[in-house]
Design a protein around this ligand. Structure first.
Ligand SMILES: Nc1nc2c(ncn2[C@@H]2O[C@H](COP(=O)(O)OP(=O)(O)O)[C@@H](O)[C@H]2O)c(=O)[nH]1
Ligand SMILES: [Mg+2]
Length: 332
């Protein structure tokens, strides 16, 4: 009797049940994931990865759907990951996205998965990269990861992509807001969606101007031309300008091509950090019972810093903060 093929083998054979299962392992931080990843490692790195972020309501999901549809007309296979870092409570919003993307779900060349990650922000970013790796090994040509919102957690999630697309729209959350919130810094491509709405041209102009101001000094200093994020206008709802968005993404990818491996290595290093942080967090607070000890200390009158110093002194004696204030060793 021969053993049934492993889940990695089944993934590489193109079985969708294995794809779904491995993404769940990634999502849940399943202990079986690391060895499964090792078995699919040889097939990684082929897919192009695009991250889509921006304020709620900008049209990210509509655009993602359109990008996928246009890519499908060129025979490219597409995997989509919709990440909601806030909490499983927003399942309603995810369901909404799912319904809107429905016309993609009957197409065998397109795969859509929503992920509502539990745990820390680092955990979401880690799970996203793992899920993208699984989809990459499965064989999709293009991967798109969409995340809700505009904060640091969202940058961590989409920052793992080769190309980060920031989607804005006229009206709510205007250009000034975007500039303040640091969205311009993370964008490789800036998209002004809802070009059918008033104020879209103004927003595109303002964005192009601030990108120019921001990138000009850097270009002056360096002999290597820096990437200047293009501002592209489109209307996802009216299916206008979608190919311009795809062209801008392709241009950025072409810009990266000389050092794609280096670009990806930096992002991969972030993933190592996330894994280490997540494991430490789990080891300290999940299994070792430090939470109770800390609660006792605080109840006994310690400040948070005193209690933290005591924990750190025990865990990592070489850390500068450890042992500060002459904190005593905890006995766990
Ligand atoms: N007028 C207009 N509305 C759009 C456009 N793209 C999306 N929308 C609408 O904007 C709303 C938010 O879109 P959605 O894709 O869910 O935004 P997300 O929150 O960024 O994912 C929906 O009601 C869309 O129908 C567009 O190009 N023009
Ligand atoms: Mg959405």
């Amino acid at each position: 009797m021969s053993a049934s093929p492993s889940i990695s083998t089944r993934l590489l054979d193109g079985q969708r049940t294995a794809l779904a299962r491995l993404i769940s392992w990634a999502e849940n931080g399943d202990a079986r994931f690391p060895s499964a990843l090792l078995e699919i490692k040889q097939r990684l790195g082929r897919a192009a990865r695009t991250g889509i972020t921006g304020p709620p309501g900008a049209g990210k999901s509509t655009l993602t759907n359109e990008l996928a549809r246009h890519l499908r007309t060129t025979e490219k296979t597409v995997g989509i990951l919709a990440v909601d870092p806030s909490s499983p409570i927003t399942g309603g919003a995810l369901l909404g996205d799912r319904i809107r993307m429905e016309d993609r779900t009957t197409d065998p060349g397109c795969f859509i998965r929503s992920m509502a990650s539990r745990g820390s922000h680092g955990g979401i970013a880690r799970a996203t990269v793992d899920a993208l790796d699984v989809m990459d090994a499965f064989g999709f040509d293009e991967l798109i990861v969409e995340t809700v919102g505009v904060g640091q957690a969202e940058y961590d999630v989409v920052g793992a992509a080769d190309t980060v697309v920031v989607v804005l729209c006229p009206g709510a959350g205007d250009g000034v807001q975007a500039m303040k919130s640091g969205l311009l810094e993370v964008a490789d491509v800036l998209v002004v969606n809802k070009s059918d709405m008033p104020g879209a041209d103004r927003l595109a102009k303002d964005l192009a101007e601030s990108v120019h101001i921001r990138t000009a000094p850097a270009m002056g200093k360096s002999a290597v031309p820096a990437w200047v994020p293009p501002v592209v206008s489109c209307s996802a709802a009216k299916d206008e300008g979608i190919d311009d968005v795809l062209a801008a993404i392709a241009q950025h990818r072409a810009f990266l091509i000389d050092d794609l491996a280096g670009h990806r290595a930096i992002k991969r290093a972030n993933q190592v950090r996330h894994v280490v942080t997540e494991h430490l967090d789990e080891a300290i607070w999940g299994t070792a019972g430090w939470t109770d000890w800390v609660a006792d200390e605080v109840r006994g009158g310690s400040t948070a810093y005193e209690a933290a110093a005591a924990v750190l002194a025990h865990l990592v004696p070489a850390l500068p903060m450890a042992g500060a204030h002459g904190a005593k060793e905890p006995s766990v």
